[in-house]
Structure formats: C-alpha cells, structure tokens
Ligand binder design. Structure first.
Ligand code: NAP
Length: 251
C-alpha cells in the first residue's frame, strides 16, 4: 500500500515555497520522493537546503504571482526539471481591515494572488499535463474561510471561498482527463500569515480554546494531506476541500 503514496520520479511545482506551509509541503513531497520546483518572489535557500537533504532534485523559479506575466515562463522553467506531475497552489496573502473601511487596493491585491493567478497557473499547467498525456494532480491551499466567514478579512474570505468553488469546477472539467483537482483547508497554523493573530493575546487564546487538538497547527502537520492528494492513493478523489484543522470545523 505504501507504494500508492510514493512520489518517486514525480515533479511537483509548489508556489510560495520559501516559508510556512509551502515550505513544509515542498519538504513533505520531497520526502515522499518528488523533485521540487519552488516558485516564489523570495530566496528559496532554506527550502533548497531542506529538499536537498532528502536527496531529491530541486529548482527555484523566481516569480511574483501578483500578475499573470510570469506564468508561461514559470511553466516552461518548471518543465525543465521533467514533466510536471503535481501543482500545489500555495502562495497567498491576507489583508486585515474592518469591512466598512476595506479598500479596493486590499481587495484587488488579495484576489489577484489568491484566486486569479491560481486559476491561470492551473490552466497553464493543465495544458502541459494534457499535452504530456499522463494527467496529474493539482492541490489548492484553501482555508477555513473557504467555508466560514471570518472577521476583518473580506477579500481573503472572498478569494478562499472562490477557490473552493474553483476547485470543484476544475475537478468536474478535468477529472475525466486524468487530472485530479482538490484542496486542503488548513486551520490555524503558526506562519507569517497568522502573525497578527498570534500577536493578539485575546484572539490567540480564543482560537486555541476552540481547537480540539489543543494546539495551533505546526506546518509539518500539513504534509501528509498534501502527499495524499498528490499521490496515486487519491486517484479517485476529485473536488474535495480537506480540512487539516485540529478538529476546528468539527466543533
Ligand atoms: P506565509 O508564510 O505568509 O506564506 C505565504 C507564501 O506565499 C510565501 O511564500 C509568500 O512569499 C508567497 N507569496 C505571497 N505573495 C506572493 C506573490 N505575489 N508571488 C509569489 N509568492 C507570493 O503564510 P502561510 O500560512 O504559509 O500561507 C500559505 C498558504 O496557506 C496561503 O495561501 C494562505 O492563505 C494559506 N493558509 C494559511 C493558514 C495559516 O494558518 N497559516 C490557514 C489557512 C490557509 P513571500 O515570503 O515572498 O511573501
């Protein structure tokens, strides 16, 4: 059975892989055997060292996914490591303000990175996967705010809710072509994304009190779900949003 989770010989493109959840996902996929193409706007040194320690191939592709401009180049450079078998759309930003004061700039910035670029990168990679004739796996990093409302993060909730819908649409269109599209919905993990919440003693305590597992997520606790959805073990899994949240949604 373990062979079904083995990613040896596969190439995985992971966006936003320099830190946080993207780095943890890249390392987990490498530990399962995949070569990693780490896409992002910051240096990937830490991720390169961690992936290198697994003995798997690694390539960094510099790209700012705030616009669609780099997408064709990202796919071309990623394919240089071999076929693209797996795409993890992890890069994302968040802007916090009361809805009553929310600006167009904070709306557009989040929608552009968290939804628009995800769609067009998925489209470009899927075209490549279909041309290669062997299908593949696309894993989107969604959020609890794909299914809940949240507070003070209007554009983020809109984008992540949209991403859940997009995950289902792409699954419906591409399942028969051999491409699995699914999402992971992380709960509250200790990364840059949640720094403001971690720094707010009241919010931080309230969040912790609601997590049945009794601790904030550690990035490495997301790796197993990513490996599963990227592997043959998930060949008949299409269009799901898999919570990895310490039981938050069960509460
Ligand atoms: P993070 O540490 O802030 O990581 C975000 C990643 O996205 C970084 O690598 C960042 O690169 C990259 N990124 C942002 N804007 C980009 C752009 N324009 N072009 C290329 N890369 C860009 O936070 P994280 O928690 O690991 O977030 C990863 C994903 O998980 C996000 O989609 C986030 O919404 C989602 N998520 C996180 C949590 C959580 O509790 N932490 C919960 C639910 C969902 P830089 O380092 O260069 O900024």
């Amino acid at each position: 059975m373990t062979a079904r989770f083995d990613l040896t010989g596969k190439t995985a493109v992971v966006t936003g892989a320099n830190t946080g959840l993207g780095q943890a996902i890249a390392v987990a996929l490498a530990e399962a055997g995949a070569g990693i193409v780490a896409v992002g706007r910051s240096a990937m040194d830490g991720t390169e060292a961690l992936v290198g320690a697994t003995g798997r191939p690694f390539r960094a592709v510099t790209a700012d996914l705030a616009t669609l401009e780099p997408i064709d180049r990202v796919v071309a450079e990623a394919a240089g490591l071999g076929r693209i078998d797996i795409l993890v759309n992890n890069a994302g930003i968040i802007r916090r303000a009361d809805a009553i004061d929310f600006t167009e700039q904070d709306w557009d910035a989040v929608l552009d990175v968290n939804l628009k670029s995800v769609f067009f990168l998925s489209q470009a990679v899927a075209r490549r996967m279909l041309a290669d004739g062997r299908g593949g796996k696309i894993v989107n990093v969604a959020s609890l705010l794909s299914v809940q409302g949240g507070l003070r993060v209007a554009s983020y909730t809109a984008a992540k809710s949209g991403l859940a819908g997009l995950t289902r649409l792409l699954a419906c269109e591409w399942a028969s072509k051999g491409i699995n599209v699914n999402a992971i919905a992380p709960g509250y993990f200790r990364t840059n994304n949640t720094q403001a919440l971690q720094d707010d003693p009241e919010r931080s305590a309230a969040i912790l009190a609601r997590i049945p597992a009794g601790h904030w997520g550690r990035p490495e606790e997301l790796g197993g779900a990513a490996v599963f959805l990227a592997s043959a073990a998930a060949d008949y899994v299409h269009g799901i949003v898999l919570p990895v949240d310490g039981g938050w949604l069960a509460r």
